[in-house]
Design a protein around this ligand. Sequence first.
Ligand code: EPZ
Length: 421
Amino acid sequence: MNKYIINGGKPLYGEIEISGAKNAAVAILPAALLINGKCTIENLPNISDVKISCDILSKLGAKIEWINNNTITIDSSSVTEFKAPVDMTSKFRASYYLIGALLSRCKNVEVGLPGGCNLGARPIDQHIKGFEALGATVNVSNGKIQASAKNLQGTSIYLDMVSVGATINIMLASVLANGTTTIDNAAKEPHIVDVANFLNTMGADIRGAGTDVIKINGVKELKGNTSYSIVPDQIEAGTFMLAAIASKGDIIIKNCISEHLDCLTAKIIEMGGHVEEDGDQIHVWADSRPNKANIKTLPYPGFPTDLQPQIGVALSIANGTSIINESIWESRFQYTNELNKMGAKISPQGKTAIFEGVEKLSGAPVYATDLRAGAALIIAGIIAEGTTELYNLSHIDRGYENIEEKFRKLGANITRVIEED
Ligand code: EPZ
């Protein structure tokens, strides 16, 4: 089993560059199936969720060419296959976007139920409600989802809860439908806007992305023949901002959009840290232990659940007692058991966890329980005294490009050890 060995105790200093957004990339790749031609995608994060998405697209008949580490061309003009291999789709959550994309492209789809991080129940009833409202028949059985439609007809869809996945999936299914589709109570995350911008660049007519009402005027086809650059990953940028605060360091984070991180910036200032925004870079530093703070995770523009474990590490060593309320995922406090092995004093109780700040953490063997938990435990290892061994790296590889190189560039002593099982 692979592991990181982290010798901690030193602040992080220096500059790093943020990669393209994972959660935009894993939606934009299936969205490319809608194009009757070729497109180029730039600033694509080189992570395992992207590699598996590309492998699935190839199996479906798309022609993929890697131009460099972060740029690909996709030619979907000859895609007719609508069955995605179950063993591949069950490896990651975002495979659910193949349902909307293939339904749109082929009027027919069969995929395995999506896998991904274990964050508790992850229903897709709102996605299915959207497909059915557009005229599809959907059947879930034997670990697979099948959907088909003679015609997809634009309609009004009200989401019962704000869902990133359902908003994007309904957008994908309705881009080529007849007439206009309206999504009410839509999610507003930057990656929703990015997927809409990508589709519009390729010839779609989507309006209102980034607000809670999105209108999709169906078009006959998407022609492509152009290129699109993926938005910077605000969760990766936020991870490094929190690493600066937790380690009492000083980091300049380049290639990011500071407005996407306003809620985190406000919290970091409340915690006694410093943030200076300058064009596409953010300078973050701290000269003392963080102050306590209370957090409630919410859909964008609220505090993102995907930064909850990372801020949890900073609060575990804060001056005073903090409370985090997790309102999106029921099992997102699993990392707190691992942090407690490193000397933290955290009591999770259902959707709430109480963080009694301790002066320091100490190195220990710990396990990444999911992607963001993995990133949080790297930060914990970096600020802890002594040596941390961090296992289950496949979770981290799913969503962070070159994370150990980036932390090493900032002065962290982190090494990947590849062990035979
Ligand atoms: C996306 O998941 C992200 N994944 C998650 O990122 C992120 O945590 C989450 O949005 C919230 O921001 C991708 O973009 C691939 P939701 P998604 O639909 O789309 C409930 C990471 O670490 N719900 O917005 O699956 C659901 O249970 C990850 O990068 C329903 O009840 O999340 C949850 O409580 C992990 N029925 C809430 O809504 C539905 O049909 C929000 O889920 C859909 C969702």
